[in-house]
Structure formats: C-alpha cells, structure tokens
Ligand binder design. Structure first.
Ligand SMILES: NC(=O)c1ccc[n+]([C@@H]2O[C@H](COP(=O)([O-])OP(=O)(O)OC[C@H]3O[C@@H](n4cnc5c(N)ncnc54)[C@H](OP(=O)(O)O)[C@@H]3O)[C@@H](O)[C@H]2O)c1
Length: 276
C-alpha cells in the first residue's frame, strides 16, 4: 500500500532509534517509502547495527549527521533527553523542516521554546500496538503549522495505525491515560481471563490463546460492525444463560468502576508529569 509520504519521497530522520522509531520505520517501509528516504541517529552501537541489519537503513551516531537533507525530523528519544537534543539540532534546522515529537508529556510550548520561531511542529501521542501497525496516535499541531505539514504528519503516523487530530492540548493527558497506558489494562484483562480458564481446568497454553483471540476478535467485531459495545454485549447475553451469569460478578465487583478509575488515575499522573 503506497501512502502519500511514499509518493512524495519525503526524507525522514529519526533521532533515537529505539522501540517506537523501529515500529515507525517498519511501517513507513511497508507503506512504500524508499529506504534511502529514511535515516536514524542512535548513540547505541549495537542498536545501530540492529537497525541497519533489520531494515537496511542508514544509521549514524550523531544527530546532526542524520539531519542532512531531511524534510521531517522525528524526536523519538525518551522525554528526559528531548531538551538536550533540541538544543543540539535547533541551529541546524531549515525553516521548512517539520519537527514531530512523540515524547510523552512534553508540551508544544516546551518544544517550541527550544526551536526557531515558527518552526513547523507537531506533538504526537502514539501507543505500542504501533509495533504491529495497529496503533492509534493523537496528533496535535502547533497553531502556526500549515495544513500541508499537518497532513504530512498525519500520513507519517498512518503508517503505524489510525490517527486522531486534536486541537486542544489539555486532552493529551486523557489520551495518554486511555490509549497510551491502555494496552497494559488490556494485557491485565487477558491474563485474568486466562487464569479464569485455568481455574475451570483448561491447560494454560489453550487458555492463553482463547483469551488473546477473544480480546482481538471482540475488538475487531466492535470496529467492523460499528455497533456500540453495550449492543454487542447484549447480543451474546441470552436470558438465563452462561454469559449473564458471568456478567453478574463483574458488575458486583465493580469492574466498570475499576476501569474508569484506572484511566482517571493515569490521567492525574500524566498531568503531574507534564506539569499541566
Ligand atoms: N513505547 C511506548 O509505548 C511509547 C508510547 C508513546 C510515546 N512514547 C514516546 O516515544 C519516545 C521513544 O520511546 P521508546 O519506547 O522508543 O524509547 P527507547 O526504546 O528507549 O528509544 C529511545 C532511543 O533514543 C536513544 N537516545 C538516547 N539519547 C539520545 C540522543 N541524545 N540522541 C539520539 N538518540 C538518543 C536511546 O539510545 P540508548 O538506549 O543507547 O540511550 C534509545 O535507543 C519516548 O519519548 C516515549 O515517551 C513511547
């Protein structure tokens, strides 16, 4: 599948070549971006070798080297390193270079304060299912970023999943709490469902596969049918049957409330960390 980034042959430089950068590089290559349009700066020698071996792309040690000729720079370092990297690259950026930050909790104003005035800039919150092309990313452009650059950021993130564009940074903490942290809640549910199966006498490997596929299939059905989860739940709940018997202890033990509280606790923590 060719997307517009591939057609336009934009040159993309990743600063930081860890898990998220690897996922995005994989997605962009799958989307048809030529290998010579991608480069990555990564200080770790063995990680550089891995990236070159896995994807055949140019991997260098120094950030300024990766920037040469780049149309887009993707900040894929840990949040604590972002300020240092921006100070290093800021004097080297042309005015047309789009900067995309995927660093959790670093606000647009914190990013912009270390960049030349008016630099095209987009803040993105991805999630780990991006590693298998099934992520969802929230995208927040800086106000002065043109429609063309916003579209470019969207096309890049679409290489690893769906994209939701927002225009209110206050939503970022809630997004971090729901889709950023959310995969961990789902894994916890998968583990617990499998434990339930084992308690019923199922062998662990079978219980693991059943739990995993039940979550995956249910999510797919929800997405493809477009039906509300409440409607889909009612469809599998026959009067006096097994499913309603199983739902009763979930409600009695407050699973809905616990999931809401999980998202809200992560939201409060994200606000603390981002200072918002
Ligand atoms: N993974 C997620 O679920 C997720 C979700 C949403 C957002 N994010 C954001 O994505 C960003 C990257 O996360 P990640 O999971 O990919 O982290 P990661 O695997 O630790 O990757 C970061 C990479 O940056 C390298 N690095 C360190 N200092 C550098 C420098 N000065 N210049 C260039 N590269 C440098 C690190 O190398 P060394 O290991 O050698 O130090 C490491 O390979 C983070 O800001 C995170 O907040 C991640």
């Amino acid at each position: 599948m060719q997307n517009k980034v591939a057609e336009q042959k934009k040159v993309i430089a990743f600063l930081g070549g860890g898990a998220m950068a690897g996922a995005m590089i994989h997605g962009l290559l799958q989307a048809g971006l030529p290998i010579d349009c991608l480069r990555v700066a990564e200080p770790g020698e063995s990680q550089r070798q891995t990236l070159m071996r896995q994807y055949g792309i140019v991997a260098v040690a120094a950030n300024p080297e990766a920037l040469q000729g780049a149309d887009v720079v993707i900040l894929a370092v840990k949040p604590g390193v972002v300020a240092r990297v921006l100070d290093e690259i800021s004097p080297l950026l042309g005015p047309e270079v789009l900067v995309i930050s995927i660093a959790a909790g670093i606000t647009l104003s914190a990013l912009a304060s270390r960049l030349p005035s008016g630099q095209p800039l987009v803040r993105v919150m991805p999630n780990t299912p991006a590693l298998v092309g099934a992520g969802i990313s929230a995208l927040l452009p800086a106000p002065e970023t043109t429609a063309e650059k916003r579209l470019l950021a969207r096309e890049i993130m679409m290489a690893v999943g769906l994209v939701e564009e927002i225009d209110n940074e206050a939503l970022m903490d809630g997004i971090t709490a729901l889709s950023g942290s959310g995969p961990a809640y789902v894994y916890l549910m998968a583990e617990a469902l499998s434990d339930g199966g084992v308690a019923c006498g199922l062998p662990r490997p079978l219980a693991d596969r059943l739990a995993q596929r039940t979550l995956l299939g249910s999510a797919k059905l929800m997405e493809e049918s477009g039906l509300h989860p409440g409607v889909l739940k009612n469809q599998v709940t026959s009067p006096g049957g097994t499913t309603i018997a199983g739902l009763e202890p979930l409600e009695r033990n407050g699973v809905r409330g616990a999931l809401m509280a999980a998202v809200m606790a992560a939201w409060r923590r994200s606000k603390e960390l981002s200072g918002s």
